[in-house]
Design a protein around this ligand. Structure first.
Ligand code: HPA
Ligand code: MG
Length: 252
């Protein structure tokens, strides 16, 4: 993995914190192992990332592009910090926002079973922007699935000539982001930078490293702060490691 974009590195032997030391929703008490990154630490790191982003991109109008659903908390907090910098500094830039969602769906008659490669088709909304079939990975349980489609957001041609900041929750293998970046290049933005709250240290990585990274984490499945396991745990403030009970209870 490239070593650009310095970040907080969480080592493989990091034990995290006992759940009882923090406030955890009662409905998830048995479903989590440990608190891995407390909410306050996420916010403190995000505040600093906002400063780095402004230093790097602050000369021009930014289009902040949130990758839903997992990116929404990081996106909201990051933009709040950027707004605070904008209103407290002599130098400020206008920002506009957009949202995209990468969604998996089956095009064959195969059932969507976990741990099984599934064929998905990829297209952009509106349909007139359909491109060739590409692979973007999505997740079911804690396994990546197959190809997905990009839905929502304005017509991506609004990004032409703009400085785009993609805001993502986690870079795992990096395949999804590489494919998204390739797609965006077709719309000729002036500049594209990527901010990801987390980057996973995994042997499955394709070596992609975002421009701005909050934390580098071990190869474990984490949830909370909008990161989900089959849609659950987005309603949890801290980033936590899921327990076997949790995996079983919320299995797709
Ligand atoms: N948690 C949630 N979503 C994910 C993860 C993870 O660890 N990796 C890729 N998508
Ligand atoms: Mg994501």
């Amino acid at each position: 993995m490239a070593t650009s974009s310095p970040c907080v590195v969480i080592s493989d032997d990091e034990q995290g914190y006992d759940l009882d030391l923090f406030c955890i929703p009662k409905h998830y008490a048995a479903d989590l192992e440990r608190v891995y990154i407390p909410h306050g630490l996420i916010l403190d790191r995000t505040e600093r990332l906002a400063r780095e982003i402004m230093k790097d991109m602050g000369g021009h109008h930014i289009v902040a592009l949130c990758v839903l659903k997992g990116g929404y908390k990081f996106f909201a907090d990051l933009l709040d910090y950027i707004k605070a910098l904008n209103r407290n500094s002599d130098r400020s830039i206008p920002m506009t926002v957009d949202f995209i969602r990468l969604k998996s769906y089956c095009v064959s008659f195969q059932p969507c079973l976990p741990h099984q490669p599934i064929k998905y088709i990829y297209h952009v909304n509106p349909p007139k922007l359909c491109t060739s079939v590409q692979t973007i990975l999505s997740y079911q349980n804690d396994q990546s699935t197959g190809e997905i489609k990009v839905i929502g957001g304005d017509d991506l041609s609004t990004l032409t000539g703009k400085n785009v900041l993609i805001v993502e929750d986690i870079i795992d293998t990096g395949k999804t982001m590489k494919t998204l970046l390739q797609l965006l290049q077709q719309y000729k933005p002036k500049m594209v930078k990527v901010a990801s709250l987390l980057v996973k240290r995994t042997p499955r990585s394709v070596g992609y490293r975002p421009d701005f990274v909050g934390f580098e984490v071990p190869d474990k499945f984490v949830v909370g702060y909008a990161l989900d396991y089959n849609e659950y745990f987005r309603d949890l403030n801290h980033i936590c490691v899921i327990s076997e009970t949790g995996k079983e209870k919320y299995k797709a």
